[in-house]
Design a protein around this ligand. Structure first.
Ligand SMILES: NC(=O)c1ccc[n+]([C@@H]2O[C@H](COP(=O)([O-])OP(=O)(O)OC[C@H]3O[C@@H](n4cnc5c(N)ncnc54)[C@H](O)[C@@H]3O)[C@@H](O)[C@H]2O)c1
Length: 267
């Protein structure tokens, strides 16, 4: 049994995961805007620094697992800059800041939350993905605010997946016996999805997306919690830099033949 920190622990996937891990006997340190062990706004540099300091204090400097689950969706009228700051910088800043604690708790595991919107939603900005990966929050926020936050969401989640793949294999992560992976859920029945279903502009598209899910329903937060519990556990030590889709078959439908893609070295 170990000590595992989770952001976004007050709702949806984060809440289900905290519940599952506590039931499995782990000590869970939850972080959220409200209703958590640690209350912090991960959309600001100060909130992120406060969260890292508070987790360090509560865990006495040793973590066995970390799930940066806090996130916010795109909606008409919502600035994309908020998504950039919460979904990407709120994820990678905490991964970086908590890595030394995970190294002390090794064997340890971190699992970030990407999304199947990365492969199933067309037309988002790769310039925004690159600005995130460059660590340029100001530029990324400006690019996002020049467009629609509905298109910002998959860009932030693409950048999270790429950050994970770049870092997982390094001496700081794999070399320190910390597995780092990402999951890419499809539509999961949470308050985030309810928010979209209640929006008059987005609801129609969400209904169509839901109707297209091959298994015939959205996912349940508990199903994602089970996947996360496995990836944090002792049987998943050979996962490194994986982006694991759990989406009821949407990616397999939309992108059937796109991957595995042939590797052409040097191309
Ligand atoms: N639900 C889905 O269909 C779906 C699909 C793919 C990925 N995801 C991702 O899964 C994660 C969890 O989503 P969910 O569906 O459970 O959503 P949710 O809205 O139920 O929960 C998200 C949590 O993040 C917290 N949060 C938001 N902004 C924050 C901030 N600035 N600081 C601290 N906490 C903040 C919220 O307060 C909330 O408790 C998110 O990263 C989301 O992007 C969700």
């Amino acid at each position: 049994m170990g000590t595992i920190a989770i952001t976004g622990s007050s709702s949806g996937i984060g809440a289900a995961t905290a519940k599952r891990l506590r039931a499995d006997g782990h000590t869970v340190i939850g972080v959220d805007l409200r209703g958590a062990d640690i209350e912090a706004d991960l959309g600001t540099p100060q909130g992120r620094a406060d969260a890292i300091a508070a987790i360090t204090e509560k865990s006495v400097g040793v973590l066995n697992g970390f799930v940066p689950c806090a996130g916010i969706s795109g909606l008409p009228g919502r600035p994309g800059s908020i998504l950039v700051s919460v979904n990407y910088f709120g994820t990678v800043t905490l991964l970086e800041g908590l890595r030394p604690l995970l190294a002390k708790g090794a064997p340890a595991a971190a699992v970030a939350i990407s999304s199947n919107s990365t492969t199933c939603q067309p037309g988002y900005s790769m310039e925004l993905v690159d600005a995130c990966l460059a660590g340029d929050e100001e530029r990324a926020r400006a690019i996002a605010d020049a467009g629609e936050s509905l298109n910002t969401y998959p860009a932030t989640k693409n950048a999270v997946a790429k950050w994970v793949r770049r870092n997982a294999v390094t001496a700081e992560w794999a070399g320190a016996n910390i597995t780092l992976n990402a999951i890419a859920p499809g539509m999961i029945d949470t308050p985030m999805v309810d928010e979209g279903k209640n929006d008059p502009v987005v609801s129609k598209g969400m209904e169509m997306f839901e109707a297209s899910i091959p298994v015939g329903r959205p996912g349940r937060p508990e199903e994602i919690a089970g996947l996360l519990a496995y990836l944090l556990g002792p049987e998943a030590r050979f996962f490194c830099g994986s982006v694991i889709f759990c989406d009821g078959g949407t990616d397999a439908t939309f992108r059937t033949n796109d991957w595995p893609a042939l590797w052409t070295p040097g191309a």
